[in-house]
Design a protein around this ligand. Sequence first.
Ligand code: SAM
Length: 255
Amino acid sequence: MWDPARYSHFRDERKRPFFELLARVDVDAPSHVADLGCGTGDLTRVLAERWKGARVYGVDSSAAMVEEARRRPAPESLRFEVADLAGWEPPAPLDVLVSNAALHWVPDHGALLLRLVAKLAPGGVLAFQVPANFDAPSHRHIDEVRTLPRFAAKLAQVRRGHAESIAAYEELLSGLGLVVDAWETAYLHVLPGEDAVLEWLLGTTLRPVLAALEPEEGRAFLDTLRPLLRQSYPAHARGTPFLFTRRFVVARRGR
Ligand SMILES: C[S@@+](CC[C@H](N)C(=O)[O-])C[C@H]1O[C@@H](n2cnc3c(N)ncnc32)[C@H](O)[C@@H]1O
């Protein structure tokens, strides 16, 4: 379902939040670090580079992404595996658990965070970033097209991404005894190329939708969506402005 080349299309825009998240993770010499929903593993390699003494695990449920992640040589300390992040068990308690732009695909963040916190070592840090664009015109248009009679039955079971508010994350995690730093940032990307917002969505949000449709239905879906996106996101000579909000949480477990 995931396409590494397509996801990498807007690489700079997609990786910036990871570095902004990581800048708030103050851990000196961790032994075990995980990147859940690691995708192509480029950012997992950044973790292995930053903490050279740590064992680093990149975990993703997409075999295509993990295959891509394994393509480049990696240090001994870095391992990629195919697994569902909700059920994955680390070989040892984690000093750092990072997840960039992945948890929004997993339902029930209350239960999920409880499981993730249980994987932390005493003093360990959970750091994640999730997109929070679900009420933006882009997603509203996807929902409009999803519910058209032609597509509705096939797409009824296809999960939408979701994120809790930063206030809810703070409450959940402080309730589990962690010290929480949470914030939200809106990026105004000016995307290059034709139908740039559609291109962006094809790398992420539209993957599960198109996977549930026959190729011809998928083409019809995109043909219906394209003009709606063009109207809400007009292209200019400088590119297409695309406002994108993301939520960040860095939470430390007590010792
Ligand atoms: C938007 S990509 C982000 C990839 C990487 N973290 C990055 O920032 O470049 C989301 C990734 O989450 C993975 N993913 C989605 N649901 C998952 C799950 N339940 N378990 C593990 N990985 C999952 C997808 O396969 C995809 O590679």
